[in-house]
Write a protein that binds this ligand. Structure first.
Ligand code: SAM
Ligand code: SF4
Ligand code: SF4
Length: 369
């Protein structure tokens, strides 16, 4: 049986609003879920729209002219996002990543960044505030993003070869413009910059060495991501996944490399350094080596649904709480109860062959990467 495509309209309103517990649990930043995992990262999707149609994320055949994106009034406002982010910080969140869709398409995004940059942890520290972008409009936005308070940036780039890149974004977008965006981000001080390359066997795996050679000595960390079975429209097949172990073997055949320890707990990338001091790379092995045990991320969709896992089939409607006149304490309490009940570990179960093939799943462009 094939995958069931979950109609977005169905998903958007299907998940129940969490019951607000009678006793309010104050946020003490020490939340742990049912597997003992803390809440540390919040990924915030600011739009479900994108100007690319990467086949592994928003294939053209599905996301065509007739596809209905979220209407404007259903989007969380910047004030609503900031209010929620502040509540999440009370529960231990220290890192915020803006994503989408293409986050730089959200109008006046700098305004949101300014608001989020002012948030502080209980001991007065600024948050690690970053953003993932396809880089298409970065050349003209990098300076304003940095001025608004963005600290770092991750740019997705799947190939250096222009023909391969245009085919992968499927809207004929030239690679030179993304490279210009990366340069502009460097010049604006948005560093250290990371570049994400999703590797699809037979599509762009022949670009691995060229990408590595290009970013050596640049101070930019290139990260190779295994093609994931996220969503239900990308026609994912295991034989198109190039395991990170193969990527590493190919790099090591050309450059001596040594392994590095994880930069932070819950870090998804395995880090390797070039022995000649040319920098480091990362391997994100979401398919072949699940990292659910350390997963400390929550995801907030564009319309305010909270997802506990990238592969969740439903989210919890925080917007209903915001717009229903609930107090910060009530929302904080609901969030605490939701995280405490979390037991998601999809990739781990998939690795053990325990996931039903026809499970309903949310799409990547909607939940953010
Ligand atoms: N549009 C922005 C971009 O592409 O950087 C942000 C959103 S995108 C959904 C976030 C990340 O998810 C990107 O780095 C993208 O390459 C990655 N991604 C999307 N679909 C994927 C898949 N099926 N497997 C692995 N990574 C995927
Ligand atoms: Fe758009 Fe990013 Fe998805 Fe590509 S990966 S279609 S750029 S949201
Ligand atoms: Fe986290 Fe879910 Fe991915 Fe596991 S599958 S690492 S729980 S997002």
């Amino acid at each position: 049986m094939g995958e069931t495509v979950i109609p977005l309209a169905d998903l958007r309103y299907a998940a129940p609003v969490p019951a607000i517990p009678a006793v309010l649990a104050p946020a003490d930043g020490l939340l742990a879920d049912r597997l003992g995992r803390p809440l540390h990262d919040l990924r915030i999707s600011v739009t479900d729209r994108c100007n690319f149609r990467c086949s592994y994320c928003m294939p053209k055949e599905v996301f065509d002219r007739d596809y209905v994106f979220l209407p404007q009034p259903s989007l969380l406002s910047f004030e609503e996002i900031t209010r929620l982010a502040r509540i999440f910080v009370g529960h231990g969140v220290r890192k915020l990543r803006l994503t989408g869709g293409e986050p730089l398409l959200r109008k006046h995004l700098e305004g949101l960044i300014e608001m989020l940059a002012q948030l502080r942890t209980p001991d007065g520290q600024a948050l690690d505030l970053t953003l993932t972008t396809n880089g298409s409009v970065l050349a003209r936005k990098a300076r304003a993003l940095a001025a608004a308070g963005l600290k770092r940036i991750t740019v997705s780039l799947d190939a250096l070869d222009d023909t391969v890149f245009r085919r992968m974004n499927d809207v004929d977008f030239p690679v030179a413009e993304v490279l210009r965006g990366i340069e502009a981000a460097q010049a604006a001080g948005l560093g250290p910059i990371k570049v994400n390359m999703v590797v699809k066997r037979g599509t762009n795996d022949h670009e691995i060495e060229a990408m590595a050679a290009h970013f050596r000595h640049s101070g930019i960390v290139l990260r190779f991501i295994e093609y994931m079975d996220v969503g239900a429209s990308n026609g994912w097949r295991m034989d198109e996944v190039l395991p990170s172990a193969e990527v590493l073997a190919r790099l090591r055949a050309r450059w001596p490399m040594q392994s590095l320890s994880a930069a932070a707990p819950g870090e998804t990338a395995e880090r390797w350094a070039y022995a000649d001091g040319a920098g480091e790379i990362g391997l994100i092995s979401s398919v072949t080596q699940a990292f659910c045990r350390d997963c400390n991320r929550a995801r907030l969709s564009t319309e305010g649904k909270l997802f506990m896992c990238l592969f969740a089939s439903g989210g919890h409607d925080l917007r209903a709480l915001l717009r229903g006149g609930r107090s910060d304490e009530e929302i904080s309490s609901a969030l605490g109860a939701l995280w405490a009940a979390r037991d998601d570990r999809y990739s781990e179960l998939r690795g053990q062959g325990q996931v039903a093939a026809a499970e309903r799943r949310v799409e990547m462009h909607y939940i953010g990467g």
